[in-house]
Design a protein around this ligand. Sequence first.
Ligand SMILES: [Zn+2]
Length: 241
Amino acid sequence: MSGRAALLVGVFATVLVLGGCAKPQQLVTAPTSKGQRAFTYEPMRGPSARDVRVETPKPVVQRDLRPALPDHDAAWVVRVSERPWRYIVVHHSATHRGSAASFDDWHRNHNGWDELGYHFVIGNGSLTPDGFVETGSRWPKQKHGAHCKVGDDETYNNWGIGICLVGNFEREQPTEAQMGALARLVDYLRVKYRIPDRCIIGHGQVDDTLCPGGNFSFGNLFSRLRQRQAAREAVAQRGGP
Ligand SMILES: [Zn+2]
C-alpha cells in the first residue's frame, strides 16, 4: 500500500470512528514497512438473510362498537319488507287469563276484527307459560295493528307495535317473568327499529284508558332496558363476548 493510499485509508477509518459507524475494536492496525501506521478495518457486516427475523404483523383487531342486536326469538325476525315502526305500545289484557289464541278469538268474534289486534302477547301462566312470548299473526306479515286507535287517529295502529301482557294490572302485578320477557322483547324491537324511549308508551298515555293498569311500572321496564344496554356496551368494549 502506498503512503498516499495508507493516508486515505487512515482518514476514512478516522471518519468512521468519529462518525460512530464502526466500533474501535473492529479496527486492526499494522505497521507498514516504512514505519508508518496503516489502518485497515473490518467492514461492517450487513445483516444476512439468516439474521433477519421476519416478524409476522399482528392483525389489527377491528372492534365493532355498534350494539349488536339483542338476544331474541327467531319468530321475532321478519322475512318480508319491514314496516317503519315508530312506537311500542304496551297493554294489559284486563283479564286474568289469556293467550294469543283466546284474544284472537275475541277480536274476531266479539270485535269483528280480521285477526288478533296485538303483535305480541306475553303469557302469565294461565293459558301459556308465565313469561312466554307469543308472536301474533300480524307480525310476520308486518301488518298494522288493531290495538290503539285514538278517536279516528290510526297513527299508533299504523306505526305502533302492540304488546299485550296477560293480566289485569289494576288488580294484580305483572309477574317477574312477564317483565323480564317484556324487557327482552322491547329491547330487541327498540334497537332493531331505532325507537327512542319516549316512543315506548302505555296505551293510556295516548288514549282515555287505564291500560296497562296502575300496577304496571314503566320505571321498572326502563331500568331493565338500561341494564341490558349497559351489559351490551360492556361486551362491545371488550371486543366481543
Ligand atoms: Zn290497551
